[in-house]
Design a protein around this ligand. Structure first.
Ligand SMILES: Cc1cc2nc3c(=O)[nH]c(=O)nc-3n(C[C@H](O)[C@H](O)[C@H](O)COP(=O)(O)OP(=O)(O)OC[C@H]3O[C@@H](n4cnc5c(N)ncnc54)[C@H](O)[C@@H]3O)c2cc1C
Length: 372
């Protein structure tokens, strides 16, 4: 039996655990937090994410607990509908073009399936040292224990320590935007993905996540990476939403609870190739961290997990499998990060000559909806 360690219980780590379930692996997953859970926000899943969830055997459950739609409504700042753009249903008529769901629900589904396949999930634990001598990776943990593994997978996010072990220290690039999100009740009139025209470089939109819920995002230009105090975030969001009309004022009345809002500084990383050293590799945001402009970050995490498992199945030699995994993933993930960053740049520099965000988004979603 091949022994694998997955570091990190985010979307990438949990989906890697599920994908390795297809192979005869014994998997330990360690998460440094005391629980494996996600922010109480929503997430938008594009076709590429849904295809990967299908391959992991959890798409139906996700659809049952989410809100699918195959349309984007474009609104002006006053809230008037300008156009409805249909989204292709590349996976068939019973799978929506896009789906929203609550992040904790997606996490719970992935975790339940991973645990039901018998993987050990240990929380409150981090690797402190990895000694990878090509014959074996020996990992020393923060509780003083030590274990040997045939494969170590870093799924430990943008500030990955596993990536640092493989590739050395890398800095994330601040993209001069921050994202505020708020979970609110879904009004009956919001039945599709909604995007508003920008107002003074502030860009907002909604994703329905269920019969009773949706989330609002606000992308705001920022000169620095300072985080506002948690208690001020609801009123800051209401302030950014103030110029927008339609259903927005009614939604603002529900933005008060600091537990239902969050704030994230937008940063990007594309780790240089190769994404492995010896028997140690990394997946998800550890390898490529994107801004949310085409909602493709989670899709890339899920695809990484599947491709890694496919290559481990196809190649007996782990180094060869990790080389093929890097080769198959690098360009596609870099494309997502660069396309998303370009869209962010255009939002913060609205006078850029030749900017055509709708064309760039449409083209990118078409590329990503093709199999990987
Ligand atoms: C504002 C914003 C909105 C987004 N919206 C969308 C969207 O709508 N759709 C979409 O597809 N993508 C979206 N994304 C991207 C998506 O959220 C990420 O790509 C994805 O969540 C990354 O998952 P991950 O598992 O790689 O990393 P993470 O979610 O960062 O998980 C890493 C995990 O590893 C743990 N960890 C870290 N270090 C250690 C350690 N040393 N030891 C043990 N555990 C450790 C952490 O505690 C964490 O649980 C968005 C991103 C942002 C910033």
């Amino acid at each position: 039996v091949t022994r694998a360690l997955i570091v990190g219980g985010g979307i990438a780590g949990l989906s890697a655990a599920l994908a390795l379930g297809e192979l005869d692996y014994s998997v330990d997953l360690v998460e440094r937090n005391d629980t494996v859970e996600a922010l109480g926000s929503g997430i938008t899943l594009i076709t590429a994410a849904m295809r990967a969830l299908e391959r992991l055997g959890v798409l139906r459950e996700c659809i049952d607990h989410g809100y699918g739609t195959s349309e984007v409504g474009l609104h002006d700042v006053d809230g008037d509908l300008l156009a409805v753009v249909p989204l292709p249903q590349a996976l068939g008529s019973d799978v929506p073009g896009v789906m929203g769901m609550m992040r904790p629900t997606l996490h719970r589904i992935l975790l339940d399936h991973a645990v039901s396949r018998g993987f050990t999930v240990r929380t409150g634990l981090s690797p402190e040292e990895i000694v990878d001598d090509e014959a074996m990776a020996t990992v020393s943990f923060s509780d003083g224990s030590q274990r040997e593994y045939d494969l170590v997978i870093g799924a430990d996010g943008i500030r990955s320590t596993v990536r640092e072990f493989v590739s050395g220290s890398l800095s994330a690039q601040f993209q001069h935007q921050v994202c505020y999100r708020a979970v609110v009740p879904r009004p009956a009139s919001v039945t599709r993905e909604i995007v508003f025209d920008g107002f003074k470089r502030v860009h907002i939109g909604f994703t329905p996540t269920g019969d009773d819920s949706m989330y609002i995002y606000c992308l705001v230009p920022a000169d620095d990476m300072n985080r506002p105090p948690d208690a001020e975030i609801p009123s800051l969001i209401r302030g950014y939403l103030k110029p927008f009309g339609g259903v927005v004022p009614e939604l603002c009345d529900h933005i008060a609870d600091p537990a239902l809002v969050n704030f994230t500084v937008l940063e990007t990383i594309v780790a240089p190739k190769p994404w492995f050293r010896g028997r140690t590799t990394f997946v998800g945001d550890a390898a490529h961290s994107t801004t949310p402009h085409i909602a493709a970050g989670a899709a890339m995490c899920l695809e990484d997990a599947l491709v890694l498992a496919e290559e481990l199945k196809a190649n007996e030699n782990i180094a060869q499998a990790l080389e093929s995994y890097t080769t198959r993933r690098f360009d596609r993930c870099k494309f997502v990060v660069e396309t998303s960053a370009q869209l962010g740049y255009w939002q913060t520099h609205p006078d850029t000559v030749g900017a055509d965000p709708q064309a760039l988004i449409g083209g990118a979603l078409e590329v990503l909806s093709a199999p990987f």
